[in-house]
Write a protein that binds this ligand. Sequence first.
Ligand SMILES: Nc1ncnc2c1ncn2[C@@H]1O[C@H](COP(=O)(O)OP(=O)(O)O)[C@@H](O)[C@H]1O
Ligand SMILES: [Mg+2]
Length: 245
Amino acid sequence: MENAVVIDRLTKKFGDFTAVDEIGLTVQKGEIFGFLGANGAGKTTAIRMLCGLLLPTSGSGSVGGFDIYKETERIKKSIGYMSQKFSLYQDLTGDENLWFYGSVYQIPRRDLRKRMEELTETLGLSEFTNRPAGSLPVGWRQRLALATALLHRPKILFLDEPTAGIDPVFRRRFWEILYRLADEGTTLFVTTHYMDEAEFCRRISIMHQGKIIEVGKPQDLIARYDQPNLQETFITLISQEGGNG
Ligand SMILES: Nc1ncnc2c1ncn2[C@@H]1O[C@H](COP(=O)(O)OP(=O)(O)O)[C@@H](O)[C@H]1O
Ligand SMILES: [Mg+2]
């Protein structure tokens, strides 16, 4: 099977501080991969390197077959990225946001119109696209942000805490959308603090203080650490590593 993401000893230093410390991973095409870790573990920094937005200090990596040092422009065109920080223009309506991002991706007008209709329909956004993004409840805003990340039909989608602060019913619906995308062949690389969501992932990694300390299927990790559930497994792993994480 082809790989969507391959990284080896990937490192990012900010001055003397090592935010991402020699991490290695392989994510298969079409896989839902959960990229877990406590706050400050280095997840966002790693994702930004994979999305071609931040140059690594050392190590290697490729995303969709493109090199994360030399082919960042091609990476940006072929992936979708839903950033942790809110990326929508608050004063623009949903439609205007979609139109704006569509032009950033240089999608021809007619295709863009069609794609916007499709996404509005499949994400259930139709009632919300003519309201300012800033006035929408968080759950709808995140769906709109997902729509902007999907406009150019990316094969690999990076989602950085897409459901943070959303209620459980909405989170479940958001994940139904993600499942549908995965069924259609999209690779999903997603961070979350919700362990129920992490259990939806085919495989997960757990990051702590810049390092990946475990990788595996949720059920395998739970068994390996002899814990009742993923929440306890996560806590056990992070606490046995020590430090202030
Ligand atoms: N541009 C930066 N300059 C200096 N330190 C940074 C920068 N970006 C992130 N960091 C630090 O790197 C560490 C990892 O941050 P981040 O990748 O955002 O973690 P996470 O997403 O897992 O919460 C944190 O200690 C953070 O303060
Ligand atoms: Mg983060």
